[in-house]
Write a new protein. Structure first.
Length: 703
């Protein structure tokens, strides 16, 4: 009843979980990722969806709705980093609303008041509610708790009632989307001809030899490519090179690193504090007041590792002693005082393989026991325990080789604990151990230990002082002030020995510059305020001051050669290499002769069971054209023309082909084609509607 009690105490909290889940369903929510908080903008228009203007105020209102759901779900205000995801979810929610609203109206799809009532308290309560209101004692949905919650809304705070009204809108929107998706998915149909083709694709098998000649068989120096050829390739393949607004930047980073004076000051301070810790009467209180460690007072249980910076510097650790200060690999200085060292509750380490039996009949349990006994015999005969655990284990430990970590006797059910703690040597327990969960095969990896430590951790971060930060900022500010154009930017950087770093094809919504995180302000400056050749003022990032210059600006549309030069050069050069390879292969009548032309680069292999439905050629990679060509060969021994794939040039020889046998009924294959299509329908429709809606996103001007 603990979950139900929490629901009563925190009205709406569990419902908030549902809300976030529905938002994810409706808009395809993503994992929370780094970002800064909301910033102001200079325009009232943040975008267009289906020709409709989206105002800043409308967008902010949607953000507040998603933010409120987040707060109800987590019980806290979102961080600056989490606000990025909230803004993205709000934008996607607006797209869904605008794009699908007209579709629902055109089809006459609605949610009546009666249907909504039925969804939240009637005979057909939605799954999201049912899953959240499970009585842990019965494992069943508890309607009485839902009724109690709904009744409590009459006297709930206004924000709680508003929140529930928002959830009802989400429930209705989700149901409309389900109706729409199901309507389209169930309209999918595959004909008998499509079923016959699917059967043919799956069951036609060819035995082929294939020669693979990678592009690097021709040195780059043998191929000359002009800019005119690169531009011609872009013009002929514009769909491949669609780009959004982008900029090229150059910047000088003034890194904030502690000076020698900063280091000396921290060393002096921690030495003084270490002496005070040595003589302190209450170690925990002292480090809580003076340490910058995340966990200033540790209890290290038997088996758990002591701090590495302690064990790597001290051989024999004694109770009451103080050690340090030591420099860690995290740019901190740390000292330790061993407050206590004593024998605590024994803990040991083991791995296990669980064969579950819960809910099985006696015959089922007997079958599981026999299976477990066979696996135990295989391990006794030499099968690796971790491999066996990964293959047979039925709980979460299987993915880590069955490892249970360090545990005390009381941490496990009695039968398991008694068996594990009874052994006197490490290794496999040569019998099955039965518990209420099933049968266990147990491998003892560490015998019980008792040694426990209580450690006070005195840690000070080695960070730049205010004086150091001021010095670095003055250097950055002087550089920015003395560079008013690209020539001065480059000349002053060379004169002062500063490194200029390039950041090309930076998108309007990017948040990082190369490996510099939290650079959103720099990017907003580049898109909103900067002109080509303009030098920025000093931007402050987490550990860096930065001065940037805008080198190029690219509009939405087809990419320029400068934007995609590397990609296009590689493609055009490979096309030319493919023609050279084909010319050299001309006149050769066997794969062996062809291979001899490229003895160090080419590979000749055989695939005896290549299926027409495959897209990957073993040992080569993605090669759908080559696989199609293999099944286009008519006679045994016939050799294909050289085939240009993205990975290189491929030539095939057909040894034998086994066509798919005719069957009397292709219904199963029709169903498979239909199912595959229906599973893609919702996503494809969403993408198509977004494309038709011609979404224009100007949020980068604000955030």
């Amino acid at each position: 009843m603990a979950l139900i009690k929490k629901i009563r105490q925190k009205t709406g909290l569990a419902i908030g979980v549902i809300a976030v889940g529905l938002i994810f369903f409706l808009v395809g929510g993503d994992i929370l990722s780094p970002n800064s908080t909301l910033l102001g903008g200079r325009s009232n228009k943040v975008g267009e969806i289906a020709g409709e203007k989206i105002t800043y105020e409308e967008y902010i209102q949607k953000i507040e709705e998603v933010k409120f759901s987040f707060q109800q779900n987590t019980g806290r205000t979102p961080s600056e980093n989490e606000m990025y995801s909230i803004r993205e979810q709000a934008w996607q929610a607006l797209i869904v609303e605008k794009v699908f609203a007209s579709q629902y109206e055109a089809l006459g799809l609605t949610i009546s008041d009666e249907e909504l009532v039925d969804m939240v308290q009637g005979k057909n309560i939605i799954a999201e509610l049912r899953q959240q209101l499970i009585n842990p004692e019965t494992g069943e949905f508890d309607r009485s708790q839902l009724i109690a919650f709904l009744q409590s809304l009459e006297t709930a705070a206004p924000e709680q009632r508003a929140f529930w009204a928002q959830q009802e809108r989400l429930f209705a929107d989700a149901r409309l989307r389900v109706k729409y998706d199901n309507l389209l998915a169930t309209s999918e149909y595959a004909t008998t001809a499509e079923g016959r083709l699917e059967h043919k694709m799956q069951n036609s098998i060819a035995d082929v030899d294939h020669l693979f000649i990678p592009f690097y068989a021709i040195p780059d120096g043998e191929v000359q490519v002009t800019d005119a050829e690169l531009r011609d390739y872009i013009n002929k393949n514009k769909e491949k090179f669609k780009v959004s607004n982008a900029v090229d930047l150059e910047y000088v980073a003034f890194n904030l690193v502690p000076s020698s004076e900063d280091s000396a000051a921290v060393i002096s301070e921690i030495r003084q504090l270490t002496e005070e810790l040595r003589n302190a009467s209450n170690d925990s209180v002292f480090v809580l007041r003076n340490s910058e460690a995340a966990r200033p007072f540790l209890t290290v249980l038997p088996g758990d590792a002591l701090p590495n910076s302690l064990t790597s510097n001290v051989d024999n650790i004694e109770a009451g002693e103080t050690y340090g200060p030591f420099l860690t690999n995290r740019s901190t200085y740390v000292s330790y005082k061993i407050t206590a060292k004593f024998d605590g509750t024994p803990r040991m380490r083991a791995s296990h393989i669980l064969f579950g039996t819960q809910g099985l009949s006696e015959d089922g349990i007997a079958e599981v026991r026999a299976n477990a006994q066979n696996v135990l015999k295989e391990i006794q005969d030499g099968l690796n325990f971790a491999a066996a655990a990964a293959q047979y284990g039925q709980d979460g430990t299987a993915q880590r080789g069955g490892d249970l970590g360090w545990f005390a006797k009381e941490d496990f059910v009695e039968e398991f604990a008694e068996a594990a703690f009874a052994v006197r040597t490490t290794g496999l327990i040569n019998r099955l151990v039965e518990t209420e969960y099933g049968f266990h095969i147990i491998d003892i990896t560490e015998l019980p230990r008792r040694e426990t430590h209580k450690i006070a951790v005195l840690e000070l971060d080695l960070i730049p002082s205010d004086a150091t930060r001021n010095d670095v900022f003055r250097n950055a500010d002087f550089f920015a002030a003395s560079a008013s154009n690209a020539k001065e930017f480059a000349g002053n950087a060379e004169k002062e020995g500063y490194r200029i770093i390039q950041a090309n094809n930076v998108g309007a919504f990017d948040r990082n510059l190369n490996n510099l995180q939290g650079a959103r302000e720099v990017i907003r400056w580049a898109f909103n305020d900067a002109s080509v050749g303009k030098v920025s003022e000093v931007f402050e990032l987490d550990n860096t001051y930065l001065v940037a210059i805008l080198k190029n600006r690219y509009d939405e549309g087809t990419a320029s050669l400068d934007q995609v030069r590397v990609q296009v050069l590689n493609q055009v050069r490979n096309d030319k290499k493919a023609e050279i390879i084909k010319q050299r292969l001309a006149g050769k009548t066997s794969l062996e002769e062809m291979q001899a032309l490229f003895p160090d680069e080419a590979s000749l292999d055989n695939t005896p069971d290549l299926r027409l439905s495959a897209s990957v050629l073993p040992g080569v990679g993605f090669a759908p054209k080559a696989i199609g060509a293999a099944f286009g060969l008519k006679e045994s021994g016939q050799i294909s023309q050289p085939i240009h794939e993205d990975v290189g040039v491929i030539v095939l020889k057909l040894n034998a082909i086994t066509p798919a046998a005719e069957v009397g009924d292709y219904t199963a294959f029709q169903r498979q084609v239909t199912l595959n299509a229906s599973q893609r329908t919702a996503y494809m429709i969403m993408m198509a509607l977004e494309d038709l809606a011609d979404v224009k996103d100007y949020r980068y001007r604000f955030f």
